[in-house]
Every structure is written in C-alpha cells, then in structure tokens.
Design a protein around this ligand. Structure first.
Ligand SMILES: Nc1ncnc2c1ncn2[C@@H]1O[C@H](COP(=O)(O)OP(=O)(O)OP(=O)(O)O)[C@@H](O)[C@H]1O
Ligand SMILES: [Mg+2]
Length: 498
C-alpha cells in the first residue's frame, strides 16, 4: 500500500480565523479504496480541513496533491471537477425536484441544446442509484425522501461524476441504526470501486467497524495516523483529548423532591397516545425508544411546539395551559433540542445574544438591554461549559458543531429553567465534552431541577437516569427503575414486547 502514490496528500495546511489557529500545519495522506477516519474533539479542525479540501474555504498555506501532483482548489466547482465530493450534514438538494433531477442538476443531458433529455436523465440516475444498491425511484421528489435517502441521493450525485474522494462529515448523526448499516454497505461498495472515503464521526464504535485508517487531530494539529486495527477505543480517546479520560458516566444521585412535572393522558392523534408520567425535582427520567416512537413528539407537546388533542399537564401540582413555547418557557421549562440548527439557535447571531435570548428581562433595566451585562453572562457560560472560541462576539455559525450545542445549553441554564427537557443532548459531542454535559446534569438535579432526557444511546440512558420510560409507536410500554434496567430490557420494551 505504501509504495503506491496516495490519491490525496495534504501537506502542512494552515488556516487562521480571527483569534483561532483552526489548522496548524496539518498533513493528511489518503489512499484509493481506503476508508479514512478523521477524529478529534469538537473544534479540533476536522470540518475546516475538509472545507479546504472541498474548496469551500481557502487555506493560508500548505499544498494539496492529487495522485502526486499539486492542485489548486479555489472553489467547490474546482474540487468537484477534480473528483472531490463532500456530503455535508445539511444537504444541498433542491426539495421540489426529483432525485434524478438533483443527481444531474446543472449538467442535464440534452436532446438539443436547451432541451433536457429526461428519458436519458432518469435512466442514468436510476442506474446510479441501483449501482449503489439503493432502492429509490429516481422520479421521487426529494422532499418525500427520508434524511437517510436524501443522503443516498447526495452520494449518487457524487458517484455519477468521476469521483475519487468522498468526504462525509458526521453522516451518521441523524440516521437510525438501521440506516447506518445501509450507509456502511454503500461505503463498502464505493471502497471496492477504489473510491477513497474520509469519514468524520464522534461515534467511536463506528470507526472500528468501518474504517481502515484513522487520523487524529487535536487543537488544529495532526497528532497521528494509524491503521484502525492497532488502536483501541481507549487509545483513540486518549489521543483525541491528550490525557487519560475515563469513559465512565459519573452519575450522582440527588435527593428527590416533590413532583415537578406531571403529564396525564397526553394524546396527539397519530403521533402519541395516552402518555402519562411524573418527574420529581432532583430526578432524571430517561425516555428511551426507537427513532419514531414518539419521544421527541412527547417533548414537543409538553413544550407547546405542537398542539395536544387531549391530556393534562401540571407543574408543581398546578394544572397549566401550554399553547406555545413561550408559555412553556414562562412556566420554567427549557428544551435542549435534538435539531439545534433549526430549533435552538440563531446561527447568524453572536454567542452573546444567543445565550441571553430566552431571558432578556434579566439583563435589561428600564426596558433597555445592558450589553455589558449580557457579555458578562455569556462569558460566564463560555467558561462554565468550556465553549471553544476566542470571543462571545463570535457568530454561532462559525462555531464547530459541538460548541454550538453548548451554546444551546447556556441559553437554558441562564434562563434558570426548573424543568429541563434534553433531546439527544450529546449527539455530535466529543467524548470529553460529553462528560462535561453529564457533570452539568448532575449539578442541575443537585439544585432540584427536574430533567427529562431523551436519548438513543443506551449507555447514556442507563448511566444517567434515575428512572427509565420506554416508548413504542406512540405509547409508553414500560417503566424501569435504575436498578432493574438493562439494555436488553429497554430494547424489548422499545420493540413492543414486554
Ligand atoms: N468561519 C469561521 N470563523 C471563525 N472561526 C471559525 C470558522 N469556522 C471554524 N472556526 C473555528 O475553527 C476551529 C475548528 O472548527 P471545526 O469546525 O473545523 O471543528 P471540528 O473539528 O469540525 O469540530 P466538531 O466536532 O465540533 O464539528 C473552531 O475553533 C471554530 O470555532
Ligand atoms: Mg465539524
């Protein structure tokens, strides 16, 4: 393998942002037919390195070689023409066009100039999809496809060109286990065709399953590149964070208080049916279940983001009426959403404003916002949560994924919510920051906050919950105490058994 010219060599790549050395002399070598993991903590520089390669951002110095020759990648179009494709988490597909039209968008086959040869377009598109082993009809509008299927269309779009390198930046974060398996099958097919894949993920168990080689980055630097076979999970974690880190979940059981939130007969037709439970002050209740079982929907109804058809909600023993998120916020409920991009944050605003936006009155005086106070608050949370950024004036858009999640959390912590709903709180969060988030949850319950934690990661549910509720197809199918809960019991309830 080593005597072959690598398909990609990035040498000494440097990229500076104001106050941040995002890339500090990083080198990366990738061979054809290799699945190469790119690993590192939130903010390590993984996405930045890939954006440089994909022509989405410029580098300050360093060289990029493809098949041994230096290339100049100054735009996404140039990268594409050189055989480099990047699959972002937010796809670039046109929702109202069909899968086939998207695959050939901008380079449709023509009957005569200006007239699209649809028959050929659909024939070729279908062939691309079939070759990947994907069962999608090329005529289906993209808006009718699941996230996983849209990702497949993105990949077909890449393979329909002469692609050499496909970059996948956290592709699995929004997929179900079943969909991830399908993605892995597809990745293996691409590998057999000699395509090189650069794969970014915070789910370390995926790395050992699918990747051949791993490059680990820390603080904008290249730390090591090794065959995955030679690395244990502990090795990877240690190399990523630069110190020993126990993977253990540091649960602290807090004394339980009165019932904080009580939900009775919550129903939203076709989505959740007759859901009832209580959460006490000082308690973490885990809500487990498969994707689509109604967990997020339950949370959305409690938060007033979706209407209920029937049911009752009480807070501290008093019935309340929640018709909108602002009602819920006013009643002391905070919601750390799974989909932080669309529900939790205003990406075009600074960290400072995002931190305070759910609690403006406490930093205003006489109706005027006190920017100085706002800044102090934002700085306090930046330190508490170790948000990696030189300044709270940074736009949230410019933060790495995991650090954006911490800003969502700051917002609710500052709001002082007494009931917190966490929906997949550690998705896209690196191993080090994960234990920080667990520590924050421990502090919250010690202060008497009641927590509802939705999570698909069973070790997290088992590790952090005092009690576990399980949902299946919109129903609560069971409740397990911390002592009796096991992965097997949860899975049994989650699949409808008992
Ligand atoms: N447009 C930008 N302006 C300013 N700083 C930026 C910009 N883009 C990235 N950064 C900074 O560069 C550093 C590297 O960010 P990057 O997104 O590459 O991290 P990452 O390794 O992908 O992290 P994650 O695992 O959280 O996605 C971070 O400190 C980030 O805040
Ligand atoms: Mg990233």
């Amino acid at each position: 393998m080593t005597d072959k010219t690598p398909v990609l060599e990035m040498r000494n790549i440097t990229k500076l942002y104001p106050g941040v050395r995002a890339l500090d002399g990083v080198s990366l070598t990738v061979h054809a037919g290799e699945i190469h993991a790119l690993l590192g903590e939130n903010g390590a520089g993984k996405s930045t390195l890939m954006k440089v390669l994909a022509g989405a951002t410029s580098k300050d110095s360093g060289d990029i070689l493809l098949d041994g020759s230096i290339v100049h990648i100054d735009s996404p179009l140039k990268a594409m023409s050189l055989g480099i494709s990047i699959i972002y988490q937010e796809f670039n597909l046109a929702p109202f066009l069909s899968a086939g039209e998207n695959i050939y968008l901008g380079r449709e086959p023509q009957l005569v100039p200006g007239i699209v040869n649809f028959r050929k377009l659909y024939r070729d598109a279908q062939e691309q999809l079939n070759m990947l082993g994907v069962t999608i009809d090329a005529h289906t509008p993209v808006k009718n496809l699941s996230i996983a299927q849209q990702q497949m269309v993105e990949i077909a779009k890449a393979t329909s060109r002469d692609v050499k390198i496909i970059i996948m930046d956290e592709p699995s974060a929004t997929l179900t286990d079943h969909e991830i398996k399908a993605l892995f099958v597809l990745m293996k097919r691409l590998k057999e065709r000699g395509v090189a894949i650069i794969y970014i993920s915070h789910r370390l168990e995926e790395i050992t399953e699918i990747c051949d080689t791993a490059t680990i980055m820390r603080d904008g630097k290249h730390i090591t590149t090794r065959p995955v076979k030679t690395l244990t999970r502990e090795d990877i974690v240690k190399l990523m964070v630069g110190r020993d880190l126990t993977d253990a979940i540091p649960k602290v059981v807090a004394p339980l208080g009165e019932i904080a939130l009580s939900v009775k007969g919550l129903t939203r037709k076709g989505v959740i049916d007759n859901v009832s439970f209580n959460i006490r002050h000082g308690e973490i209740v885990g809500l487990a279940g498969l994707v689509g079982s109604g967990r997020t929907e339950t949370a959305r109804v409690i938060f007033g983001a979706d209407k209920m058809d029937s049911g009752e909600i009480s807070i501290d023993g008093k019935p309340v009426k929640i018709d909108s998120p602002s009602d819920a916020i006013g009643l002391g409920i905070g919601f750390v959403t799974e989909d932080r991009k669309s529900q939790g944050l205003v990406l075009s605003m600074e960290i400072r404003k995002n931190t305070s936006k759910a609690n403006l009155q406490s930093i205003s005086s006489g109706g005027f916002l006190q920017t100085k106070k706002e800044k102090l608050v934002a700085e306090e949370y930046r330190n508490k949560l170790a948000i990696r950024t030189p300044s709270v004036e940074q736009l949230v858009r410019n933060l790495s994924g995991g650090n954006q999640q911490k800003v969502v959390l700051s917002q609710w912590l500052f709001r002082g919510s007494r009931i917190m709903i966490f929906d997949e709180p550690t998705r896209g969060i690196d191993v080090g920051a994960k234990s920080e988030i667990y520590r924050i949850m421990n502090n919250l319950v010690a202060d008497g906050v009641a927590i509802l934690m939705i999570s698909s990661e069973l070790p997290e549910v088992l590790g952090m919950s005092d009690r576990i509720l399980v949902m299946h197809e919109g129903h609560l199918t069971g409740e397990l105490s911390r002592e009796e809960a096991t992965q097997e019991k949860i899975m049994q309830l989650a699949t409808g058994g008992n």
